[in-house]
Write a protein that binds this ligand. Sequence first.
Ligand code: IMP
Length: 476
Amino acid sequence: MGSYNKKMLDAAVAFNFDDLIVLPGLAQVEPKDISIGTRFTKNIALGVPFVSSPMDTVTESAMAIALARRGGVGVIHRNCSLEEELNMVRAVKRAESFIIRNVILISRNSTVGEASTIMLENHISGLPVVEAGKLVGILTSRDVRANDPVNRVEQAMTKDVITAHEDVTETEAINLMRSNRIEKLPVVGSDGTFRGLITYKDIITRGKYQHALRDKDGRLVVAAAVSPFDLERAKALSKDADALIVDVAHFHNSAVIAATKKIIKETGREIIIGNLGTKKGVLDSVSALDSVAALRMGIGSGSICITTEVTRAGSPTLFAVSQAADALEELGSDIPIIADGGIKNSGDIALAFVFGASSVMMGQVFAGCEESPSPKTRIEDKYYKVHRGMGSAAARAKRAIVDRYADSGGKNIEEGIEILVPFRGRVDDAVDELVGGLRAAIGYAGATDIREMRNASVALVRTPAHKDGIRLKGNK
Ligand code: IMP
């Protein structure tokens, strides 16, 4: 053999989704009996293994609500002010709890017109009237319609309010509301202090989503993205969000790790870290931090990502997941791994599980859904939605996200682009499609759940003909 450069000979083979195929194994159960429950973080279990990306064309409250109702989870993006992000998190938390705690209130001295504006802006149909912490009345949209906007709330509100105590059960609450023909039931302490609100609509909605992902108070689970360098935002969000993601393009960075250490210490919430791409990155980060809730793996593979073109740096998602799995094995740790970037369909998801992922984060797949924040546009006879990288010029123009990508000292370097993705209907339909495909994939591999997929074997897809064949059938 001639002489070859060692670094080149030793170069790792960094496979990604289109390079490998899962080999069929002995199936012992029917796909419908395959379990796809998994872990998002150390303490949050998921009914379906899908997470939506913290991107401003993907996850705001509507997406997070829709996903949590199906057993997945949304990560609210951070390309906005703290107040806006907090409001989005709270909207998810308010969506359908049994007792709503973050209730919007009104004072008796406000006008009916002011109350009406608050109701319209927040899509609510009733406001408890509270003075010095005590419930003094309730104002419903019916009262608003029946009164002049200049009237004071005190003149329009119902004063004899039917209330419940905090230990009220769901059945008791329903009976109270039915027998009194009311749709809102304020919850008060024994001294009359206002504690929360139960609504009939929420109880009905909760019944419809039996498999929703809920916290201990029955509220939908939601995560939120934060910059490592914004401790105040992290502290504020940690009161409402169930988990936080320290959201940077390159987590393996001394300053980022040091700042995250502070966030972990001061918030007391589960903190997910990423993005990471290498075994060394995971080893360094996990050993420097007191507690890591999950690892977000993959650099440069996103559908809207041009990091690898601009920098020739990156770690393909599947390879990054395998690197994390190796690192965790060495550490004897079972921190859940989230595969992030470039996932197009259920086949890619199945492959991510083979290499050790517990869940997958998707931007493009969910950007195309009705519940994503970007507007639907029509071109000829087809509908599309915009999906953009958080390092794209358009996203960076909002300024709130600029620190996700390193400041290289010169001109602002773009690491993302804007694309149009075909409109694919509601999140519910996308989840159904992914679940069906995923169950079939797990069945083919001869596994019965996500964890067992780790035992599946893979083969390299070499021939262009074979690859095209798979593409034609599988990819959208
Ligand atoms: P997708 O599912 O292929 O659309 O990839 C989504 C992922 O791409 C996100 O979860 C981020 O990790 C990553 N990402 C978001 N914005 C950018 C960007 O501007 N450049 C590179 N990667 C990005």
